[in-house]
Write a protein that binds this ligand. Structure first.
Ligand SMILES: [Zn+2]
Ligand SMILES: [Zn+2]
Length: 438
């Protein structure tokens, strides 16, 4: 959704503009002073910013200059507004970097025309569907490791790149997380679609390094004909765009986010259910530090779910120090939260799930926000999943250890008397999503 930021100390005007712009389909952010406005702008990289010129504290001229001095905001269109219609006020606003100047009371019709013009100029044609809508959905693993990349002879079979999974289905290419695996995916896409514009969607589960730090090396982002949407939930401190921009600041990377030539858009999700083309997407908050979600993607009768970072609620609550009087209540609460996750996954054909630890390791890592292989199998069985991929492999696990974990997981399934295919996710592996026969 296109985002606009309104900076004005006049509360009534902010409220009226918010309501009117929301009616026009904008996601509206608002700030009552310049400093707050600048912070929101840097965190959200809005498409347009409406800034009052006369405010207590940092005045609007200085806010406009600060916005224009910030490389990450160079594509945000800046509209200055003032109660004074002097020519010199307009000139000073334009000199401070405003693209447009409007006198209050605002003519909302003209504002809409200005915004429509901006959108016309900045919108590019959405490239056609990259994949055949009718072909069977599939996932391919490009990064399966948790925490930190682990290259080397010991991990060569399962792979050492961090989280990145490609989903193709319903005519869409959807990329789940942008760990270092996204680099090889980008290279593969660039050669497969050479000379053709690509429309891609990247769904981010959360902003920990192992889920975002491959993005600066994603080749399709450097092709001006490509359009890339990055969707995720706002973090505890930073917006999604702020996280991607911060990891590309000059101390860390030579190219800033604003210099990336493809048409990039960041959309902070407000809803737990939405669509990407023909793909239905559902999200659920998982039990992991900060704001973290899992996604379930469905095309027709087939569905896959991706929960790379999750610890069962009841396990963690068992470990915390809870007053006796609250113990029962806490356990009931945690079990109910676990049940919500189980319902979210119910009947998935393919489940890609955090199974970082074996049970001994888990005993020493309770409360780290990751699952044991036992709990991963239990959850998949409870949700009547057809195929489970153990995912987010621990950086200390070599290929032999992961083989052992798969065999162990299969023995747990066998003991249960139920049916479930278990594999460990492996870089390069492709899995077609066949609807489960039930
Ligand atoms: Zn992770
Ligand atoms: Zn994490």
């Amino acid at each position: 959704m296109k985002t606009i930021l309104v900076i004005d100390d006049d509360k009534e005007l902010r409220q009226a503009l918010t309501a009117a712009l929301e009616n026009q389909g904008w996601n509206v952010l608002s700030a009552s002073n310049g400093d707050e406005g600048l912070e929101l702008a840097r965190n959200h990289l809005p498409k347009a910013i409406l800034c009052d010129l006369l405010m207590p504290g940092k005045n609007g001229f200085r806010v406009c200059s600060a916005i224009r001095d910030d490389d990450a905001l160079k594509y945000s269109v800046l509209i200055a507004m003032s109660g004074k219609g002097f020519e010199d006020t307009k000139q000073a606003a334009m000199e401070a970097g405003a693209d447009e100047f409007m006198v209050k009371p605002l003519d909302f019709g003209r504002l809409c025309d200005v915004l429509a013009h901006i959108i016309d100029q900045s919108e590019v044609e959405v490239p056609p569907a990259a994949v055949e809508p009718a072909s069977a959905p599939y996932v391919r693993f490009w990064g399966v490791r948790g925490s930190i990349p682990t290259p080397g002879p010991e991990t060569v079979r399962y792979g050492g790149n961090t989280a990145c999974v490609e989903f193709r289905g319903g005519g869409e290419i959807i990329i789940l997380d942008a760990g270092t695996g996204i680099r090889n995916l980008g290279n593969a896409l660039a050669s497969e679609f050479a000379g053709r514009a690509l429309g891609l969607t990247i769904l981010i589960t959360h902003s920990h390094w192992d889920h975002v730090h491959g993005f600066p090396f994603f080749q399709p982002a450097y092709d001006p004909s490509n359009r890339i949407r990055i969707l995720g939930f706002e973090g505890t401190r930073e917006g999604l765009a702020g996280v991607f921009s911060a990891q590309m600041e000059s101390p860390f990377f030579p190219i800033g986010l604003a210099q990336i030539p493809s048409h990039l858009s960041f959309e902070e999700l407000r809803s737990m259910e939405f669509t990407v083309g023909n793909v239905k997407v559902q999200a659920a908050f998982t039990n992991h530090p900060g704001v973290c979600v899992g996604y379930r993607l469905s095309v027709g009768e087939t569905s896959i779910a991706y929960l790379p970072d999750h610890e069962p609620f009841h396990r963690m609550r068992n470990k915390s120090v809870i007053p006796d009087a609250l113990k029962d209540q806490t356990r009931q609460f945690a079990l109910a939260e676990d049940e919500k996750i189980a319902r979210f996954l119910d009947g998935t054909d393919v489940l890609i799930l955090d199974a970082q630890f074996d049970s001994d390791e888990y005993a020493n890592h309770t409360g780290w926000g990751h699952s044991s292989v036992d709990d991963a199998v239990e959850l998949a069985l409870r949700s009547k999943v057809k195929k489970l991929f153990l995912f987010h492999h621990d950086p200390s696990h070599n290929d032999t250890k992961i083989d052992q974990m798969v065999l162990y997981a299969r023995s747990v399934v066998k003991k249960s008397g139920k049916s479930l295919d278990v594999e460990a996710a492996q870089e390069g592996q492709k899995c077609e999503c066949v609807p489960a026969k039930r």
